[in-house]
Design a protein around this ligand. Sequence first.
Ligand SMILES: [Zn+2]
Length: 352
Amino acid sequence: MRSRNHPTLAPIFNPTSVLSQNQMSSLLGHEKILELLKRYATDNRPAHAYLFSGRQGVGKKRAALEFACMINCPDFSAHDTLTSCNTCRRILCNTHPDIHIEQPERNLIRIDAIRKIISFIKYPPIETSYRFVIIDDAHLMNRSAQNALLKTLEEPPANRIIILVTSQPSSLLQTVRSRLRRISFGPLSDEHLEKLLSNSKDMSPEALNAALAMASGSIERALSKAAPKNVEFRRRVISTLFEKMDRAYFHLVELSAEAGTERVATDDLLEIAAGFLRDVIVTKLDSKAPLINADYEALIKRLVSANSLNRLMMAYDEILKASDRLDLDINLGKNLVLDVTFLKIEGILKRA
Ligand SMILES: [Zn+2]
């Protein structure tokens, strides 16, 4: 979801585009991502390359296939289940001539496989409007394979879409990642986590929310995030980034300066910010998906009224970029990365 690849966002979200429950049944928990993909599919200008990232086994590849259905189905909104349509059925079971799925062999995707992909991509779609290549476990491409793919990612022929699916996006070359629009898949088990957490006694609603917001699908992580110190940190990050306050810039600089001295967990900071913005975007899209930061519903609603979807997406994109830069582990101070990110977000978002 890099800013230079942003599609022209339709000014009004059309709620009738919501997928039917049957269509989504295999991807419960990713409704908001499916909505975004549906928007990309219907705005007639999808990006040519995507990175579907997220932990193992949450449905990224299935989402890639469903995206191919959304774009290529002759009448996607008319059928109740994906298996009720010949095109979608063949896409999903990988027998469609315009869809190529690449899987690693013995834990590696070699340059030979990429050469086959490149020649597949050269030919225009036969039956559909877009030819798709889905590279599963794309982090298992070795360096030469990734380099071989670069040129195609850079200058793809029209009407082709490449999706890299991975649980380890940081293992991809930055030159590859920077050419992809990133879609991040959260863990599937928020409801499950909430159930487990509700068994712990003495957990305040705010602690529960802090835990859920930073759990990344792990109950151990969730419990540690419910500690008072972490709950307070979450409160501070949200308020420093999003709330109307006096001397806002001073507080931003102070927060990023602490990251430079390692007193602040940068990953946690970015995760809180990304999770919060995701809630704002989900609310803006009028999705019925539950909020991670439900205790901040009032602030989320104020941000929704104050900001366009485009602004929200741009701010979200800055968080992802900061995360990428920090993954790179180059000799940039953490606080410098955060300074730049905060400044950009400050210029994009209207506080509420
Ligand atoms: Zn169909």
